[in-house]
Ligand binder design. Structure first.
Ligand code: FAD
Length: 487
């Protein structure tokens, strides 16, 4: 097994896409599950820290080591297998999402979780419970996970199949492959009823597999994943629409959430504010114009039903004052691709811009219950306007999920953006929402997790971590900062 040591090219592993930086003594590159087991077993015996690295596209410093060694899963990529009858795909944890998606598509299927960044690894997508545009219809990664192979922090292993092991009320019990018994109470926390990737999953009677989804590598290393997949639809209706009034675009999105309006069933409902459209207009002249906002959406359909669906959507758009001239339906593959690229470009462009200034990204990842979303959105936007900071908003508004990105030009603006960010998190929590709907907590958002669950909740997280990782070796610093292990 390959291993790099300090001063021999480990620099890439000291950061992720958040620009948070750390340090470590070396990087292991295991090639199979057994390699992972032996690295972890030894580290646990020596009580030395191990940080798990996916492909470093994370936005919260989750894979950034604070000390000890890194275990990169990039060489754990030998397995990619489809079962067309049961509609599942099985992948080694280090398989790149883009490869997994292309593999499924070449077999006539698709993998629903579609984070904008496709260079991430399958295991990391599970570890962060990532989601994307299609989550509006298909839910976050959690909904697609059928089975996981996990190496626990003591080196013990576990294959968990969905539907096999449930908590008995608030008590979880399972045996690892070696027969070691784990028995512990679930967390005394109330998770928000929104799309959520903040902290550990905990619900009475929960399925054990859900504990290992979104745990950000703190409870175990995922080495293999089996996911549900879906047949590729006959065709897709995809459309970009621009509005002169933001309120109309929000009402258009809300329209689909009403139980009465079920004849249309979008798969994705994505929003861009006027600043986002202007930010993109140089590269994408299709959104140049003095629009207040834009919405991109798509729906799976049949060729026979395409025209009817188009007419229905246009009529709903008209109802919300979006006129025909402002509607760009994708009638050909070129427009389809252009719209898709446009939709993905915004987060890349913002990251690029912020990195070019040598600053850290300040992008919220908040979601609130649908009934509060309009009020939440306008409060956040008004605060951002008043601050005078440059800002750009977009997000998965079908899931009431807002990415408000401050674009600070200097350190003092960065500090101001940070305090506003905190206020936005507080508001999301007051509205019974989450501080992280998809990116996770990592090391950079632990303060926000504390806003959500308080000191008591953080101590609960620490207690659970200690049950599975008594020596605190694995991904230390993610989700629960050190101080909660000592108080
Ligand atoms: C431009 C851009 C757009 C993005 N868009 C989205 C989006 O739309 N939706 C979204 O959800 N995210 C998005 N992200 C964030 C990121 O892509 C996801 O969080 C992704 O899941 C990280 O994958 P990675 O392989 O890069 O993991 P890393 O950044 O390397 O690691 C992420 C976390 O997972 C842990 N981890 C990695 N592999 C394993 C494993 N096998 N077992 C246990 N723990 C593990 C790491 O320790 C770390 O805590 C975006 C990022 C960028 C840069």
């Amino acid at each position: 097994m390959n291993c790099l040591f300090k001063d021999s090219g480990i620099d890439d592993f000291l950061k992720d896409a958040s620009n948070f930086r750390g340090s470590c003594d070396g990087v292991f590159f295991p090639e199979n599950h057994d390699d992972v087991v032996s690295i972890i077993t030894e580290a646990n015996e020596l009580k030395s820290k191990i940080t798990v690295a996916g492909n470093g596209t994370g936005l919260t410093g989750g894979r950034v080591p604070l000390s000890g060694k890194v275990i990169s899963l990039s060489k754990l990529n030998s397995l990619l297998e489809i079962d067309k009858v049961n509609m599942t795909v099985t992948a080694s944890a280090g398989i790149i999402l883009k490869d997994l998606q292309e593999f499924c598509e070449s077999n006539g299927f698709f993998f629903a979780p579609d984070p904008t960044e496709t260079l991430c690894q399958a295991g990391a997508v599970v570890a962060t419970n990532a989601s994307g545009a299609k989550s509006y219809k298909y839910g976050a990664t959690r909904n697609s996970v059928q089975e996981l192979d996990v190496v626990l922090p003591c080196g013990d292993t576990l294959t968990i199949k969905r539907g096999e092991i449930f908590a008995n009320g608030n008590v979880m019990q399972f045996n690892s492959a070696s027969g070691k018994k784990y028995l512990f109470p679930l967390l005394d926390i109330q998770m928000p009823n929104v799309k959520n990737s903040a902290g550990y999953y905990s619900k009475p009677g929960m399925d054990l597999i859900d504990l290992f989804i979104g745990q950000e590598g703190t409870l175990g290393i995922i080495t293999k994943c089996k996911f549900t997949i879906h047949p590729v639809p006959e065709t897709l209706f995809s459309c970009l629409a621009f509005f002169d009034d933001v309120a109309d675009s929000l009402s258009f999105i809300e329209y689909f959430k009403s139980e009465e309006n079920t004849s249309l069933s979008p798969r994705a409902l994505e929003f861009f504010d006027g600043n986002a459209l202007r930010f993109l207009s140089e590269d994408y002249p299709l959104c140049a114009g003095d629009y207040a906002s834009g919405v991109w959406f798509d729906e799976e359909c049949t060729n026979a039903g395409f025209d009817k669906l188009t007419d229905e959507y246009i009529s709903v758009l008209n109802k919300f004052n979006c006129h025909d001239d402002n509607i760009i339906p994708a009638f050909d593959s070129k427009t389809h691709l252009l719209i898709k690229e446009f939709r993905h470009a915004i987060s890349y462009k913002i990251n690029e811009f912020v990195a070019s200034k040598g600053l850290r990204k300040l992008g919220t990842d908040t979601a609130v219950p649908s009934e509060y979303f309009t009020s939440f959105y306008f409060s956040c936007q008004n605060g951002a306007e008043k601050s005078g900071l440059n800002h750009v908003s977009y997000g998965h508004f079908g899931d009431s999920h807002l990415h408000l990105n401050f674009i600070p030009e200097n350190d003092s603006q960065f500090e101001l953006g940070k305090s506003l960010y905190r206020e936005i998190c507080k508001l999301a929590v007051e509205m019974r929402g989450t501080v992280s709907a998809e990116h996770g907590i990592g090391k950079t958002k632990t303060d926000y997790l504390e806003i959500m669950y308080g000191e008591q909740g953080m101590k609960e997280f620490a207690k659970l971590k200690k049950v599975l990782d008594p020596n605190l070796i694995l991904n230390f610093g993610n989700i629960v900062p050190e101080k909660f292990f000592t108080i």
